[in-house]
Ligand binder design. Structure first.
Ligand code: GLA
Length: 740
């Protein structure tokens, strides 16, 4: 007789398999109907070739199990002389030609002056590897051999469809691409009722503001023209169906780009209420010359659908990032607790000062010690030094080694700040190579924070940058780089190449940045990297393939952070989000409040520990220890936004979030009250994602802040709710639920 545990694990496996099989991934081609049905986990996506040989979108939405029910595409008739089929057909990838008035995916100029491109279907083929399946559909212009490959990829166990394209010039003359999007996503036309669009905007020290509005006829454009992803908008969108109910229920279509340069996403509703989302390279100032035989590949545009509201849409993206995108996927490492003195000491770093902080940090349970800006060149403030990546001997007379050795002795690993793409005019590098800065010859060079950008598109600059980074990491025992980028582009000239190629800087720069990161990572497999751009200016799925973590904002005020983190986690996983406890720069908030907010991501400390009282040290130590018990659940579990903090459209004086471990055995709830009006009691909080039949025992951070039984079933916590007792201003608490 098999033992009980064998039987029960066989049962569990069978249950798992059924759940998995019901939402498996596949790409099926039906040659009879010339259509493709893509099963991407919990949703279905379909497209087909019509009688004109155009590729049309057929379906995007909840899973349709009988793929055979999806019918072939048919050409649309002319609606009016003003609304030709090229505009009314929901094309998968519309080239500008034949009377297209909606947002194009592709716009080109041929050497002879022709600007008309019409793509028709040629053929398809599919490939697969151990965890993904890819479809490549070949399209070609009706007259000239301009070939476009449309790629569709699904990943095992993920409910995300990845799309991108490659444009090949097979003609005998140059072709200039003025617009090259990754893909267009068409939404179902739901009876003239509007979708609700969500997108993220911001500014330096105020990123990740969740904007929400009805998508009316016309276009809502989000973009960056800055050369990098930008703090002002993020390449993510979500559209809630007109009948969406709440955070956890209702249809949501969503997507995000994997590109760290200028980008654009256009959410468009036509006069016929067709909604399309087109995204990729920003066509503003775009011009990419393809010589005969050359091609251009566009960034990936990932998309998904769920019936589980904005909450599930976020969790699908978090799971996808953890499972596919982030270095180490599908099992990325947990983020260590980090200390960084930037906000405490700014440029005033020294061997003795950093060592004193390291001795204190380790007492709190810190696992990684990072020296920020100020350690190199003639760097006293932000006027000089960028570009001169040698150790400043006044601050570190013995080099970095004594600090690194001591940090290791204390049991922490060591990281350092770099800003490799920048140069101060007051630097040896700039004096030697002024031509390396991005500029238009003879024109002013606009500075930002007294610095200019190095033109990474130049092979010599790329090589130089890689070399000194490799030396820095090879010659010192460095585990971690905080890679910063503190301004946007101005005067984006590249005079080392012919005029016809100068606008390629937008693509070449970013590809070379990726190449440096990839090379560095390949040579130093243990190295971890954080992407920072004066805060959250370079967060996207392109950089996240190469960096374990990102810095969401230079604003570390805990109350502002609640909103910032709320916006951030709509698009990105809590595990990649660095969150520092600092000295409360804008307003005074209790240390515990600051710690709990920072625990909702990758916890770090940036406060001046020299000013910590013994009581602060002991509070901090206890809270770091508490964090370590919930770290895997927060960083890699399922996140539920129970009470949203203040958003641009809806102020709130409370916030609560829950994280449930992937195996459902543990949950942690964080709750905040920033100002108690009229002495109102804290509302009951209904939890999500628990096993309704299982028993959960509470482990509160502070039992005095809880008015609930110590133990109850999942359905009690989910339907009756959890009762906290929070009072006054900036009160906060947390509780762990453990399945018995
Ligand atoms: C940027 C970063 C900060 C800090 C400074 C250093 O602003 O976002 O965290 O590293 O640069 O100059």
């Amino acid at each position: 007789m098999p033992s009980r545990s064998v039987v029960s694990s066989a049962f569990a496996l069978a249950a798992l398999f059924t759940a998995y099989a019901a939402s498996a991934q596949s790409i099926e081609y039906r040659p009879d109907a010339k259509l493709w049905v893509i099963q991407a986990g919990n949703f279905t996506y379909a497209m087909g070739v019509d009688e004109r040989n155009w590729l049309q979108s057929l379906y995007w939405g909840p899973r349709i199990d009988r793929a055979g029910d999806i019918r072939a595409a048919h050409s649309l008739p002319e609606r009016a002389a003003f609304d030709l089929p090229s505009t009314t057909t929901p094309q998968e990838y519309a080239a500008w030609g034949a009377g297209l008035y909606t947002e194009p995916d592709l716009k080109a100029i041929f050497a002879g002056g022709n600007r008309d491109v019409v793509l028709e279907y040629v053929d398809q083929h599919q490939t697969h590897d151990s965890n993904s399946q890819t479809l490549d559909i070949t399209m070609r212009d009706i007259k000239q051999p301009v070939v476009v490959h449309l790629f569709y990829r699904v990943y095992t166990g993920q409910s995300v469809l990845e799309r991108w394209s490659t444009i090949e010039n097979q003609t005998k003359e140059d072709l200039v691409l003025e617009d090259a999007a990754s893909a267009t996503w068409s939404l179902p036309n739901l009876e003239n009722r509007n979708y609700r669009a969500h997108w993220l905007t911001g500014r330096w020290a105020g990123e990740w503001q969740l904007q929400s509005a009805s998508l009316e006829v016309g276009s809502q454009v989000i973009e960056s023209r800055r050369g990098s992803t930008g703090n002002q908008a993020n390449p993510w969108f979500a559209l809630e169906g007109p009948d969406a109910a709440d955070e956890e229920h209702g249809p949501v279509y969503f997507g995000e780009l994997g590109w760290s340069g200028s980008w654009r996403i256009t959410m468009e509703q036509s006069s016929f209420h067709q909604v399309r989302i087109t995204g990729g390279y920003n066509p503003f100032d775009f011009g990419y010359r393809l010589a005969p035989g050359e091609s251009l590949t566009t960034p990936p545009f990932y998309g998904g659908f769920t019936d589980g509201g904005m909450g599930e849409a976020s969790r699908i993206l978090h799971r996808f990032q953890q499972g596919v995108i982030i270095p180490g996927a599908p099992h990325p490492k947990l983020r260590p607790v980090l200390y960084n003195s930037w906000e405490a000491t700014e440029f005033n770093v020294s061997e003795s000062g950093q060592l004193a902080l390291a001795e204190k940090a380790v007492q709190l349970g810190v696992e990684r010690f990072v020296i920020d800006d100020g350690w190199f060149g003639q760097r006293k403030d932000d006027h000089a030094g960028l570009g001169d990546w040698y150790v400043n001997k006044e601050k570190f007379p013995n080099g970095l080694k004594p600090v690194i050795d001591r940090v290791h002795q204390l049991g922490m690993d060591f990281g350092i700040w770099v800003e490799p793409e920048m140069v101060n005019p007051d630097s040896d590098l700039y004096r030697k190579h002024p031509e390396w800065a991005i500029n238009f010859p003879g024109r002013p060079r606009t500075e930002g924070r007294n610095q200019l950008l190095l033109n990474l598109a130049r092979p010599d600059v790329m090589e130089y940058t890689y070399r000194w980074l490799d030396d820095l990491v090879s010659n010192n025992d460095i585990n971690f780089l905080k890679w910063d980028y503190n301004r946007n582009w101005a005067e984006p000239g590249w005079d080392a190449v012919p005029v016809a190629d100068q606008k390629k800087i937008y693509v070449a720069y970013v590809n070379n940045l990726y190449a440096i990161l990839d090379r560095l990572r390949a040579k130093h497999p243990k190295l971890e990297i954080e992407s920072c751009s004066g805060g959250g200016g370079r967060v996207d799925l392109g950089i996240l393939r190469r960096t374990e973590e990102v810095w969401p904002s230079d604003n570390t005020d805990a109350l502002d952070r609640l909103s910032i983190q709320d916006g951030f986690t709509h698009a990105y996983a809590p595990g990649v989000m660095m969150a520092w406890v600092t000295d409360a720069p804008h307003r005074k908030t209790p240390l515990k409040f600051r710690f709990l907010v920072a625990m909702e991501g990758s916890l770090a400390i940036g406060a001046n520990l020299n000013n910590f009282t013994p009581e602060d040290m002991s509070t901090a130590k206890d809270l770091v220890a508490f964090y370590k018990t919930v770290r895997p659940t927060v960083q890699q579990g399922l996140q539920y936004r129970l009470i949203a903090p203040s958003r641009p459209a809806a102020p709130s004086e409370r916030a609560a979030t829950e994280y449930v471990s992937a195996d459902g055995a543990r949950a942690v709830v964080f709750a905040y009250l920033h100002s108690q009006n009229f002495g109102d009691p804290y509302p009951l909080i209904r939890l999500e994602g628990l096993d309704p039949k299982a028993l959960y025992r509470l482990r509160p951070l502070d039992p005095n802040q809880l008015r609930s039984p110590q133990e109850a079933g999942g359905s009690y916590w989910m339907h009756h709710g959890l009762q906290f007792d929070l009072r006054g201003d900036y009160d906060s608490t947390a509780v762990v639920l453990e399945r018995q």
